[in-house]
Design a protein. Structure first.
Length: 398
């Protein structure tokens, strides 16, 4: 009998975008231990993008089940998780699973988890939770929503049998702030792809993109990430505008119909600086990798959250990385990056441009080594499989 692991909280696989979606895709694609059977909850419209319209389908060896969710605004994700988790319990009952694992990504359903946990316990199952980042600190949420996130987080911590933290900083935060629940935690990082881009400087894709955006290789700083205030776009743009750099500042992010973009334009007047180039999104992964590899430097301003996927991708691809000086980023980058404070970015950019090719090469070597040692998908999947099969007590399950 296989060990059943039900994964709830991603939009589903095949991954189209998003950290949790990519994680689930890689967890199933890189599976080594065949004694595990994964079940993945999917939003029906996410599956439809890849042509999967059946109620149940198989992908990467995982059994995927589609969930229909009413479009009720911000509460939709909460309803999705509740329906998906209850459906997983129903499947585990039907399959007569022995000690199934229910792994919930993020802390959205805290106020409802007590009742659901009773059902999991009756099955002899375990509830694992990934607490994600400090969702209640995100500027995009209104105060009532932030309060909900905080309460929800506490209740998820209280009822989880194990909290899987993808950041050591998040693990410390959980242990320090929820001592009354004596939470059981483990640190397993997020992973990233370490292969180099298949494209070269002469490929049509590269030539036309560079020409269209008006950029030259090794002559731009790069940012890739969600366009939200807590990623410190304002600090990065103001810092760059105050610098004397002759290079461009290329921002790959979705700014369409974004109120924050208009506010930022008003506050910084970045449209008057020809070096600053918002170039939209790049969905072609090989092209995006090539753009990362040929940037002079990568700027990372993320302040909230765990191990950030775009930071790992930058450390794996870009030679020189300049990271906001916060615990999350230092934990990941260690001595392979340069760190900046919000009011000192201009000075750090000028310092970066004074580095010799040998010094940049050494930072590149260190960042590549850091990724190879701690953040490959092979390692992350192995760490997860060890957790999932740890409590396999075959005699009781036969």
């Amino acid at each position: 009998m296989k060990k059943s692991v039900y994964i709830i909280g991603s939009k589903g696989i095949p991954a189209k975008y998003g950290g949790f979606e990519t994680f689930v895709d890689k967890l199933t694609a890189y599976q080594r231990d065949n004694s595990i059977q994964y079940y993945v909850a999917c939003m029906r419209e996410n599956s439809a993008k890849s042509g999967f319209v059946e109620d149940v389908f198989e992908y990467n060896g995982a059994i995927c089940y589609n969930i229909d969710v009413p479009n009720v605004g911000p509460a939709r994700a909460i309803i999705y998780d509740i329906i998906a988790l209850n459906k997983a319990i129903e499947l585990a009952n039907k399959n007569q699973d022995c000690e199934p694992i229910f792994y919930v990504l993020a802390c959205r359903i805290g106020p409802f988890i007590g009742t659901i946990k009773k059902k999991i316990k009756e099955l002899g199952g375990k509830l694992l939770v990934n607490p994600d980042g400090h969702e209640w600190l995100r500027a995009k949420w209104s105060l009532p929503v932030r309060k909900y996130w905080k309460i929800s987080e506490a209740l998820m911590v209280k009822h989880a049998d194990l909290l899987v933290c993808d950041s050591e900083n998040i693990e410390s935060y959980i242990k320090e702030n929820y001592t009354k629940y004596a939470p059981k935690t483990i640190y397993i990082a997020y992973g990233t792809d370490t292969s180099k881009s298949e494209l070269s400087a002469n490929d049509d894709k590269v030539l036309s993109w560079n020409k269209e955006k008006g950029i030259a290789e090794n002559e731009y700083y790069l940012v890739v990430g969600r366009f939200v205030p807590e990623n410190n776009y304002e600090a990065m743009i103001k810092g760059f505008m105050a610098s004397h750099s002759k290079k461009d500042f290329v921002l790959i992010t979705n700014v369409e119909e974004n109120k924050f973009y208009n506010q930022l334009l008003k506050d910084t007047e970045f449209d008057k600086d020809s070096r600053i180039k918002f170039v939209g999104t790049v969905y072609d992964q090989e092209l995006l990798k090539y753009i990362r590899e040929n940037a002079f430097g990568y700027l990372h301003g993320h302040e909230v959250g765990g191990t950030n996927p775009s930071l790992l991708e930058a450390l794996a691809s870009t030679k020189l990385n300049l990271l906001l000086n916060v615990g999350f980023n230092r934990e990941v980058g260690q001595d392979s990056a340069i760190y900046w404070e919000k009011d000192e970015l201009a000075r750090m950019l000028e310092k970066a441009e004074e580095l010799s090719p040998e010094e940049i090469e050494e930072l590149d070597r260190k960042s590549n080594q850091r990724i190879a040692n701690a953040f490959t998908w092979e390692k992350i999947v192995e760490d997860y499989e060890r957790v999932f099969i740890k409590e396999k007590r075959w005699q009781q399950c036969l």
